[in-house]
Design a protein around this ligand. Structure first.
Ligand code: F0G
Length: 457
């Protein structure tokens, strides 16, 4: 059959509130043109993030009912631990309430002032947690990974020559090295097994412990299966196991490929590092057998991790982004190619060539998409990454002006995506009328969450 269907049926439904374009104009104005500040009940299709927004399965809900809420040593913890061990093979499994908590605990116990952490591309919270310890987060993704329109099967790969040169010079200052799978900040692009294996050999040569940021490990493993020679016949679980076998540990936001609304973990082989991490965990998250989660959350996660490795599910998941991407490209809309695992990234510079970076074309597109179709995406451009020149105070724009439409797992159907495509194309057709935005208020850090905007002139 040519038609690929959602590999699930719906047992519980949540209404979507319908709003008119006129109402949405009012909501947008009230939110100072920052869709983070719009009430979710006024959003039709919410593509703000794929993090913690997925739908749990009947088996996950059933597992929650049998959750064991013992403070220490609960059955739920052992269910969770055995599944994570089966997939990752790591010796110590430490639950946390989400990904950034695992990062905080790892970096607080490894990096110090003046250190450097290499990665393909650090996600914002990873970078912030490295910098919080006065260390530097260094991105070494391959050059192809920075060119939106260029098609390459593994745009998340790290530049192995750069990594070798970097560690030759800095290995004494690098207490940990990382690789983010898939590379979210670069467009949800996968890392090949060959690249993981070779990066691991370089990290080992310089005795730098290697940690995987594993948020979207299952999507990455599926890309390896369909794109890398020699992996066609392996199961996605076997591929994931091999990926983790090259590392010494991982951080995980289970809000992505853990298929849960909250949860995460830190895993590693090193006994003394694990003991230090557990000590800090007790201070900040909770006892090592629950780490800030309820027993029932750990049970839902144990089931969710295995469901994320289901190949029928992954086929539908990856195809969804591809399906949307193909239609946008056919309409002449610039996107990051190929489409990644969890999102489609629109190149707002190509949509609004008449809007300069300091009038935030990505933010304009986010607002126009909401107005036209009630769709919420997120700007990944000069609002999020623009920096102020320390001398002149002038803003240095980001390298790319992107809008990310990230897809919650198992939430929307094909007709939702058809509707989204129609709304994006209609917005594109009105592109010449769009006007820039200016910032009228901003906080000192992470301004994209709360900044206030107004239309220019
Ligand atoms: N690493 C990556 C690659 C991520 O994408 C995220 C979260 C984190 C770490 C942190 O995990 O949110 O559980 O603390 N990404 C979300 C997003 C927020 O929208 O891309 P967390």
């Amino acid at each position: 059959m040519k038609t690929l269907i959602e590999p699930f049926k719906i047992k519980m439904v949540e209404p979507i509130s319908q709003t008119t374009e006129k109402q949405r104009e009012k909501f947008l104005k009230e939110a100072d043109y920052n869709p983070f500040l719009i009430r979710a009940e006024n959003i039709l299709l919410d593509f703000l993030t794929d993090s913690g927004t997925g739908a749990m399965s009947d088996r996950q809900w059933a597992a929650m009912i049998t959750g064991d809420e013992a403070y220490a040593g609960s059955k739920s913890f052992y269910n969770f631990e055995s599944v994570v061990k089966k997939i990752t093979g790591f010796k110590h499994i430490i639950p946390t309430h989400q990904g950034r908590a695992a990062e905080k605990i790892l970096f607080a116990n490894t990096v110090k002032k003046g250190d450097m952490v290499p990665n393909n591309t650090h996600f914002d919270t990873t970078r912030a947690n490295v910098e919080y310890n006065d260390a530097e987060a260094v991105d070494l993704v391959i050059a192809e990974g920075k060119q939106p329109a260029l098609v390459h099967p593994f745009k998340g790969n790290i530049d192995l020559e750069k990594l070798e040169a970097f560690l030759k010079k800095n290995h004494k200052k690098s207490p940990v090295g990382m690789m983010t799978v898939t590379n979210n900040s670069g467009g949800g692009q996968p890392v090949s097994m060959e690249n993981l294996r070779k990066a691991s050999a370089i990290y080992r040569k310089y005795k730098v412990p290697f940690f995987i940021d594993a948020c979207r490990f299952a999507e990455n493993a599926y890309f390896i299966k369909i794109r890398e020679k020699g992996y066609e016949k392996k199961s996605v679980l076997e591929i994931a196991q091999e990926m983790f076998s090259y590392a010494d540990g991982c951080t995980m936001s289970a809000k992505k490929d853990g298929m849960v609304n909250i949860g995460g973990f830190l895993a590693m082989n090193d006994d003394s590092l694990a003991a230090n991490c557990r000590n800090l965990l007790i201070l900040t998250e909770g006892f090592p057998s629950y780490g800030g989660l309820a027993g029932r959350d750990l049970d839902a996660l144990a089931v969710g991790l295995m469901e994320a490795l289901d190949e029928e599910y992954l086929r539908y998941r990856i195809r969804t982004a591809e399906y949307m991407g193909e239609q946008l490209l056919a309409a002449g809309i610039g996107i990051i190619r190929p489409t990644g695992g969890h999102a489609v990234y629109i190149d707002a510079k190509s949509v609004y060539p008449h809007i300069p970076p300091h009038q935030y074309p990505g933010q304009v597109l986010v607002c126009e998409l909401y107005k036209k179709g009630g769709i919420r995406g997120v700007e990944i451009g000069s609002v999020m990454f623009g920096k102020k020149d320390k001398k002149t105070g002038k803003e240095i724009p980001a390298a790319m002006e992107l809008v990310r439409l990230a897809f919650p797992r198992r939430v929307y159907t094909q007709s939702h995506f058809d509707y989204a495509v129609e709304a994006i194309i209609e917005t594109f057709e009105c592109r010449k009328k769009a006007k820039g935005l200016k910032i009228v208020w901003e906080p000192p850090f992470l301004r994209h969450f709360t900044a206030k905007f107004a239309p220019v002139g």
